[in-house]
Design a protein around this ligand. Structure first.
Ligand code: HEM
Ligand SMILES: *[C@@H]1O[C@H](CO)[C@@H](O)[C@H](O)[C@H]1NC(C)=O
Ligand SMILES: *[C@@H]1O[C@H](CO)[C@@H](O)[C@H](O)[C@H]1NC(C)=O
Length: 328
């Protein structure tokens, strides 16, 4: 039945799978869950029909997953005995998209039970989210496992909205990301929204200066002030093309229309090496997309500390009842 060609193919794939326990690879689920890309495409496109932030929510979850103990699905774990959820830490307060992850997980469990990790669901749904929003497409390395622990204190690795450029750089550098990675990855703020609480401090008495943030365009500031009737109100990161993945984030920075202080710092900090990178991406979408893909793959490669037990979680919100197998 199996032709020699098919057999050869299967052998090659099996070899690739066998050699992947340490290194991620795009064919990881080729035999065990060939429908995976289609499942994710289907669920994310359906989510986008009723929630134009679905894509933004998913990529933010991946970022917050990877920056804390590597890409291991730890961000998704809820409080439980022995689990001090990362969701309780300030950087993850109010983070959304867990329901979309649940829907993807339900479908992967239906078609390929016990096979696809939640960490990989975040990686692949980030790529599909960017693509469905008009951004680049890339081949996503796969084969991550889910952690059996959360690391709430590890969320201090995550940058904050009022961070200075030095603070941002330090946090990214600590994980191996340079200024180019920082500027490229920040470009994800080309879609999605932020609650007003993260930027209203720029309106008046900014940083105890008694004046508004001089690097925030005054007309834009007054528009935001009007919008922000409560601190929970959400504003588009990109006032020009709010749901599209494009280079508008960088053009906005050139126009002093970065929403968060941490966004505007990339362009407005005097003598910073990031200013030229912002200008380059604002002028050249191809350069932005190319670097974004590189930096996303690099982010997706962040590994959990060695020796941490892992598994393929059946429910992304909690560890499996039976103990998982070890990574190594
Ligand atoms: C560079 C430092 C960064 C800071 C300080 C930062 C901070 C924030 C803040 C404060 C919000 C609003 C959260 C809320 O209102 O609940 C947000 C949203 C978001 N962030 Fe970041 N972020 C950073 C980098 C990134 C990176 C690297 C990515 C992805 C690659 C990313 C993707 C997003 C997206 C897509 C949203 C919108 C989410 C939504 O609409 O629900 N951010 N970020
Ligand atoms: C939690 O994260 C911090 C910061 O990255 C790290 O130093 C620490 O070892 C992590 N703890 C565990 C148990 O993984
Ligand atoms: C805010 O003020 C502090 C102390 O004066 C200073 O170190 C910091 O750079 C200021 N931040 C900005 C963004 O101006």
């Amino acid at each position: 039945m199996a032709s020699p060609k098919h057999t050869a193919f299967a052998v090659v794939v099996a070899f690739m799978l066998a050699t992947t326990h340490a290194q991620l690879n795009p064919f990881y689920y080729a035999l065990t869950c060939p429908l995976l890309p289609g499942i994710v495409l289907d669920v994310v496109s359906r989510a986008l029909k009723t929630d134009d932030r679905a894509a933004a929510k998913l990529i933010r979850l991946h970022f917050h997953d990877c920056f804390v103990n590597g890409c291991d699905g730890s961000v998704l774990l809820e409080n439980a005995p022995g689990i001090d959820s990362e969701l309780n830490a300030p950087p993850n307060d109010g983070i959304q998209g867990g329901d979309i992850v649940d829907n993807i997980k339900a479908e992967t469990e239906r078609f390929c039970p016990g096979v696809v990790s939640c960490a990989d669901i975040l990686a692949i749904s980030s790529q599909i989210s960017v693509f469905l929003s008009g951004g680049p497409i890339w081949v996503v390395p796969l084969g991550r496992k889910d952690s059996r622990i959360a690391n709430r204190t590890g969320t201090s690795n995550l940058p904050g909205p009022s961070e200075t450029l030095k603070g941002l750089k330090d946090k990214f550098e600590a994980l191996g990301f340079d200024s180019t990675d920082l500027v490229a990855l920040s470009g994800a703020h080309t879609f999605g929204k932020s609650r007003c609480m993260f930027f209203t401090g720029r309106f008046d008495n900014f940083n105890n200066t008694g004046r508004p943030d001089p690097t925030l365009d005054p007309a834009y500031r007054e528009q935001l002030r009007q919008l922000c009737t409560t601190q929970q109100t959400r504003a588009n990161f990109d006032p020009t093309t709010p749901t599209k993945f494009d280079k508008a984030y960088y053009s906005n920075l050139l126009n002093l229309k970065g929403l968060l202080q941490s966004d505007q710092e990339l362009f407005s900090t005097p003598r910073a090496d990031t200013t030229a990178i912002v200008k380059n991406f604002a002028a050249n979408e191809r350069a932005f997309f190319k670097q974004f893909v590189k930096s996303m793959i690099k982010m997706g490669n962040l590994k959990p500390p060695s020796g941490i037990r892992s598994e393929v979680r059946l429910n992304c919100r909690r560890v499996n009842a039976a103990s998982g197998h070890d990574v190594m």
